[in-house]
Design a protein around this ligand. Structure first.
Ligand SMILES: Cc1ncc(C[n+]2csc(CCOP(=O)(O)OP(=O)(O)O)c2C)c(N)n1
Ligand SMILES: CC(=O)[C@@H](O)[C@H](O)COP(=O)(O)O
Ligand SMILES: [Mg+2]
Length: 572
């Protein structure tokens, strides 16, 4: 299609229309096969073509907020032939990737960061007296994130530091974008009154037809000539040019799986059922989402209890402190959020919820290794960060039955925050316990065993498979599921102290995780048991499938078996 930006510059208007159509056909064909963000990229075709005709990347810096809409940018910067490997191990990332191209800058897929990056780049270029230009593409959804307004507050205050902000307004996040900002943008679509951007000191150009390359180029060149901070307000349609996307009322095919991939029962669907049942039993239960009601499993609750469902926009920090307010007023909020996005609101959890001992339940979907969305989407930090929060209780269910059970236990806690975490995976079959001791479920008994496997959450099934293999090799093993992984259950420590080797298996990162804390707790109890965490390395892990990553880090049955045998050998 296009060999690169220079090739694009030489095209006539009619040729550009053909390029846009070819790119759309390409996206539909390729992303339907690999899975990925189809709707957002179909909406950004003309916008990205115009950007690469007006600006000269990488001399000019093109910043994509969230980065899920950068497939066209990748096509136009020479990576068309890599799309068969999109989001696959060793293949093309679904987000900008600095190791892939000099044209890519922001790798983080967390929304609402691009304007802050832009502010930093612009400050540096001013100091360096550079003529390079800074361009940030941000969606209307990402604009509901607080960081974006912190950045606008700074960018607008410096007329001598030009930044071109391209607002890609398709009126949607997944669902229609909520709140006063969305309403304000909607007014700007039609009446063009003085607007908030001008009030903050930026120039405003728009609204521009985000699918008319000529209009877009005209607006972008005008923005460049202004040589000051400016918002170019582009109106686009998410999923444009592909009827199944344009007609998809849920989310315009925001993120699709490979065509034909079997729809399996997810952990999310189990949560969705149980929270709706709990909502019917308790009127104090309210639910909060950060613009992800459907993907986080709250659509059912929302349709049953619309008055007790709050979509706050892509505003996780606000979501958490608003939950603290709801709790102080006597409600029991359930904040359903992807694990990785809660990282953004740790201070709010610590100081607005836990310091005040407020009963807020956090349900962390996509906990542990997520897979194709790559390093900034893996939910591998929550079990290491959250247990340091005083009074916080953290549960990791091993199966759907325990998710239902632990969710109910969590919402019954009324003196502090609770957390229930589960992965982006097919909901496993239920794994019954042999007996319960304290909060812990013993899954496999083996009198006289030297080895205790602490199976955290959904890795319990791999631990049981490993135990079978170890027993076949003459190594008897007890397997226990702590269910609540913070605070550590004294019964678990008692069990651990009775074994020569204790290995905690969990898909979180190593520092300060359960195993680390078990070892510390054992040492504190004077036990000479060897305790170890068997978890993910404290590194950013690239995209691949969840099973590939778990296997690569020995968190499958074979890996667990090998590790236990090696640790036992080292002890003898
Ligand atoms: C901090 C954070 N919360 C939630 C998400 C999940 N997410 C990814 S894209 C998206 C919607 C983005 O909407 P918008 O910025 O308007 O881009 P569009 O998809 O409409 O092009 C959301 C909520 C995220 N990436 N980062
Ligand atoms: C870009 C983004 O953050 C979301 O679209 C995310 O990719 C969705 O992840 P799931 O597909 O796991 O819901
Ligand atoms: Mg949008």
């Amino acid at each position: 299609m296009i060999s690169g930006p220079a090739d694009l510059a030489a095209k006539s208007t009619s040729e550009l229309a053909t390029v846009a159509n070819d790119i759309r056909d390409f996206l539909i064909r390729k992303v339907s096969r690999t899975g990925g963000h189809l709707g957002p990229n179909l909406g950004a075709v003309e916008l990205t073509i115009a950007l690469h005709r007006v600006f000269h990347s990488p001399h000019d810096v093109l910043l994509f907020d969230t980065g899920h809409q950068a497939y066209v940018h990748k096509i136009l910067t020479g990576r068309e032939s890599d799309f068969d490997s999109l989001r696959q191990a060793g293949g093309l990332s679904g987000y900008p990737s600095r190791s892939e191209s000099e044209h890519d800058v922001i790798e983080n897929s967390h929304a609402s960061t691009a304007l802050s990056y832009a502010d930093g780049w612009a400050k540096a270029f001013a100091l360096q007296q550079s003529t390079r230009r800074v361009v940030a593409v941000i969606g209307d959804g990402a604009l509901t994130g607080g960081m974006a307004w912190e950045a606008l507050n700074n960018i607008g205050s410096a007329p001598d530091r030009p930044v071109v902000i391209v607002l890609n307004d398709n009126g949607r996040s997944y669902a229609p974008t909520i709140g006063g900002i969305a309403s304000h943008l909607a007014v700007l679509r039609y009446e063009g009154d003085r607007n908030i951007f001008e009030d903050l000191g930026l120039a405003y150009i728009g609204p521009v037809d985000g699918h008319d390359i000529t209009d877009l180029e005209h607006a972008l060149r005008k923005a460049v000539r202004l040589n000051r901070p400016v918002v170019v307000h582009c109106l686009t349609r998410k999923g444009k040019g592909y009827a199944p996307a344009e007609e998809d009322e849920a989310d315009r095919l925001h993120a699709v799986g490979p065509v034909g991939a079997a729809k399996k029962r997810s952990w999310t669907s189990v949560f969705a059922e149980e929270i709706t049942a709990i909502g019917a039993e308790r009127e104090d239960i309210v639910c909060i989402t950060a613009a992800m009601a459907e993907p986080a499993g709250l659509a059912g609750f929302a349709s049953r209890f619309p008055d007790r469902m709050f979509d706050v926009g892509i505003a996780e920090q606000h979501a958490v402190t608003s939950a603290a307010g709801l709790a102080m007023a006597g409600m029991h909020p359930v904040v359903a959020i992807y694990s990785t996005f809660l990282n953004r609101a740790v201070d709010q959890l610590l100081m607005d919820v836990a310091l005040h001992r407020q009963p807020v339940t956090f349900v962390l979907d996509r906990a542990g290794i997520t897979g194709p969305d790559g390093p900034s989407h893996h939910g591998m930090w929550d079990s290491s960060i959250l247990p340091v929060v005083p009074g916080l209780r953290l549960a990791s269910p091993r199966d759907p039955a325990r998710l239902r059970e632990l969710l109910r236990e969590a919402v019954d806690v009324n003196d502090g925050p609770t957390v229930v975490r589960y992965p982006k995976a097919t909901a496993s079959d239920d794994i019954p316990a042999v007996r319960r001791t304290g909060h812990c479920d013993v899954l496999l008994e083996c009198p006289g065993a030297d080895v205790l496997l602490v199976a955290v959450g959904p890795l319990a099934s791999a631990c049981l498979q490993a135990a079978d293999e170890l027993r076949a090799q003459g190594v008897p093993v007890i397997v226990v599921d702590p269910r609540w992984i913070a605070p550590i259950d004294p019964c678990l420590l008692k069990l651990a102290g009775a074994h020569r080797l204790v290995v905690a298996v969990e898909d979180t990162t190593t520092p300060g995780a359960l195993g680390g804390r078990i070892a510390q707790a054992l040492a504190a109890n004077g036990s000479d048991t060897c305790a170890a965490t068997f978890a993910l390395p404290p590194r950013f892990l690239p995209h691949a499938s969840r099973s590939e990553i778990l296997r690569a880090h020995g968190l499958d049955a074979a890996g667990i078996t090998t590790t236990v045998l090696k640790r036992l050998e080292a002890l003898s």
